[in-house]
Design a protein around this ligand. Structure first.
Ligand code: PMP
Length: 445
């Protein structure tokens, strides 16, 4: 199997052999917070099946819902038809979404959910007489996916270098990265009064006439480095969007479905975006599913009496797949039955305590947390905040150490990511944090 994998499989981003010294791990089973490989080794899943896993692996209730759905209907189409699971799920999503969101447009991955939001915002402005409003604000360090459209509105520098000629023009705003603030004179913006919001205000004032929308990962920029935004930032962005008549597109692909401790990150600051992109946790990691939610006002511009074109040019083959929707419905049932959100505060508090404990280590420069998301930034020198050179692969080395201790982790450069299943037990969380602490010590001293 390992030979098949290395000979025939093209992995996303890194090839497994690049994790030098490591044997390819091939997972065959999942059980609660653990994944199990071909040799029977068990790994605590510290990144929750790449940030999707909400209730643990192979939850009996979701397995059952999926099995039942396979026997009833595997797929039809939402193009000219509906299916019962997709319709039910749309209603349940609107019930839990920030108030004011009223319509659900399905797709099958996070990048596309964002790209749909961008296209919706663009076409909305065109169809409501704002023909000059064609541009988008994106944030530094933002990750919205890797399709051409979602890369265009993201802020990952390497994508904008490699694919530059393919990307559409945007206006980039600085994001709040308190540990490495470039705006505040002290280089630490925790007490700066949100200078990044002031800079955003300046940009919006300058470009309002040509701005269709703004795309933001509310609360936490995930793939950019688990960068947590200061309180008030999301609300401030909403207020600026209202003031300058710019549509706010919230990408809750990573932070949605309980990850921040609230069902949706926008809800934490009482914000309703105009458009909200969801994926990952939506089906609890079971099947590819995504949704772009929007308001009745935007929907009516496409389908209301006065709408010109009466169509939105988007619709994928697997849109609203009933098996994926059945998994999502079973997941929402579990949220309710297990009072999952209510169960999180002790885990969040424990994570907080353990993360702060890590600051004692000589090379842990910053720890960041929002709910059940954690980020540990490793640095060469804590005083100067000098980052490790990427060639030192310090993040990868820590994750390989963690592997020896029965943990599966995946870093973001020098940042160790914590994104376990929300259902993780306190004992498992303790194991995870012990393993991370020991692995960081083993690599960085
Ligand atoms: N937006 C955010 C915030 C994400 O974290 C990701 C994936 N890491 C995406 C979009 C893209 O999702 P997908 O990989 O499913 O296309």
């Amino acid at each position: 199997l390992r030979r098949y994998d290395s000979e025939y499989l093209w992995h996303p981003f890194t090839q497994m052999s690049e994790w030098e010294g490591a044997e390819n791990i091939i997972i065959t089973r999942g059980e609660g917070s653990y994944i199990i490989d071909t040799d029977g080794n068990r790994y605590l899943d510290g990144v929750g099946a790449i940030w999707t896993n909400v209730h643990g692996h192979c939850r009996a209730e979701i397995n059952e819902a999926v099995k039942q759905q396979v026997d009833r209907l595997e797929h039809s189409t939402l193009l000219g038809l509906s299916n019962d699971r997709a319709a039910h799920l749309a209603k349940r999503l609107i019930d839990i979404a920030p108030p004011g969101l009223a319509k659900v447009f399905y797709s099958d991955n996070g990048s596309t959910a964002v790209e749909i939001g961008v296209k919706m915002a663009f076409q909305y402005q065109q169809q409501t007489g704002n023909k000059q409003k064609t541009k988008f604000i994106r944030f530094d360090n933002a990750y919205h996916g890797d399709t051409v459209g979602s890369m265009s509105v993201g802020g990952i520098a390497i994508y904008h270098e490699v694919y530059a000629p393919l990307l559409f023009p945007t206006i980039m705003a600085p994001s709040p990265y308190c540990y490495r603030c470039t705006l505040s004179p002290e280089g630490d913006c925790n007490s700066c009064g949100l200078l990044c919001l002031k800079e955003l205000e300046r940009l919006m004032e300058q470009h309002a006439h040509e701005l269709a929308g703004l795309v933001i990962e509310p609360s936490v920029q995930g793939a950019g480095g688990m960068i947590v935004q200061p309180p008030g930032f999301v609300k401030g962005v909403r207020e600026l969007c209202d003031r300058f008549d710019v549509l706010m597109i919230a990408d809750e692909v990573a932070v949605g479905f309980g990850r921040t401790g609230a069902m949706f990150a926008c809800g934490k600051e009482g914000v309703t975006p105009d458009i909200m992109a969801l994926s990952k946790g939506i089906s609890a990691g079971y099947l590819p599913l995504a949704a772009t939610l929007t308001t009745k006002k935007i929907y009516d511009a496409f389908w209301g009496d006065y709408a010109e074109l009466k169509t939105f040019f988007h619709g994928h083959t697997f849109t609203g797949n009933p098996i994926a929707c059945a998994a999502a419905l079973a997941s929402l049932d579990l949220f309710e039955k297990e009072r999952l959100l209510e169960s999180l505060p002790p885990k969040i508090a424990y994570l907080n305590q353990r993360l702060h404990g890590l600051l004692e280590l000589p090379h842990v420069g910053d720890v960041r947390q929002e709910g059940m998301i954690g980020g540990i930034e490793l640095v060469v020198d804590k005083d100067t905040r000098k980052p490790y050179h990427w060639e030192e692969r310090v993040g990868v080395r820590v994750c390989l150490e963690a592997r020896k201790r029965g943990l599966f982790l995946r870093p973001l450069g020098n940042i160790i990511v914590i994104f376990p299943p929300l259902s993780i037990s306190m004992d498992e969380l303790a194991l995870l944090m012990d393993g991370i602490e020991a692995s960081i010590t083993a690599v960085t001293g």
